[in-house]
Design a protein around this ligand. Sequence first.
Ligand code: NDP
Length: 333
Amino acid sequence: NEKILLAERPEGMPSHETFNYQEEPIEQPQDGQVLVKTIYLSVDPYMRGRMSSAKSYVEPFGVNEVINGSVAGEVVESKSSLFEPGDKVMGMLAWKRYNTIEDAAVRKIDDTIAPLSAYLGILGITGLTAYFGMLDIGKPAAGETVVISGAAGAVGMAAGQIAKLRGARVVGIAGTNKKTEYLKNELGFDETVNYNQVSDLTAALAEACPKGVDVYFDNVGGPVSDAVMSQLNDFSRIPVCGAISSYNKTEADVGPRVQPILVKSRALIQGFIVGDYASRFQEGSEKLAAWLSEGKLTYEETIVEGFENVPDAFLGLFTGENLGKQLVKVSEP
Ligand code: NDP
């Protein structure tokens, strides 16, 4: 069996040195346990936070300890009455080719509704994050202008489509032309801005949002968000979902003071963690699955093949390699 450990706490941008591969024997499952083969493994921006020792809403990974995250796989041996070999399951599992775990650590998934990989994205955490952040905090109304940063990522493209379903005018900000073209041509975003290509982001946003911004779904923070904050309408809402532009900074990220903007606009800015909505995951999952099956919602994935490429897939999140959800395919079902 092969596993990936956190080799050291990265300073700034992580690298291959951050990860260490080790071999160990596969443990046979005991009573109440299952042996799960990893098929897809999710790499996520929040994992950067867990690589630091700083206190946050999830425990840091231990140095020289195995990294864990969302995994979808198949039961290959079962000593549990709840699972049979061949069952597809998911859970927060170790970054290992095979996990020997208590049956309560995984839940069964139905891959006849959607492919296995979708449960790590649109029907999983990133879809739910978009759903609750946009609808509970953003609350877009028909005709309002919704701006989304990180719009071509897993959360961003789901959030944009959900706002479109509410009848909003949706403007997506992303870092490449391939991404902005995808948002416009495939997902029907009304306008897009490539923040890497415009010389004056504030001017480009003002042009893309002639009526100002009513909802800003923020995935990235930093200079992109500074530019959006200058365009806020009265009583606008700002769900702060993530701040990926700052995750590798070694010093505090300082920007313009937003208090005068908030007072003048009476904007509501609210950070949130998807786990805050755990009691409503059933509702969110059912709604997302229904939209998917009705063809009202779609999703995109970037799949890197091979367990040996997990570090590259993770690092690519910070250089924008992914369109939609970044996954690693570790094995065939
Ligand atoms: P994405 O699929 O959006 O991947 C990350 C993307 O971020 C990259 O593709 C890149 O796109 C963009 N990016 C990277 N660096 C920068 C930068 N310096 N400035 C601007 N954009 C950058 O990841 P997720 O959809 O999984 O997550 C999106 C955000 O949501 C993250 O901040 C994450 O931490 C947060 N999140 C929060 C949750 C919560 O509960 N609050 C739950 C899940 C995610 P580009 O090419 O456009 O730059």
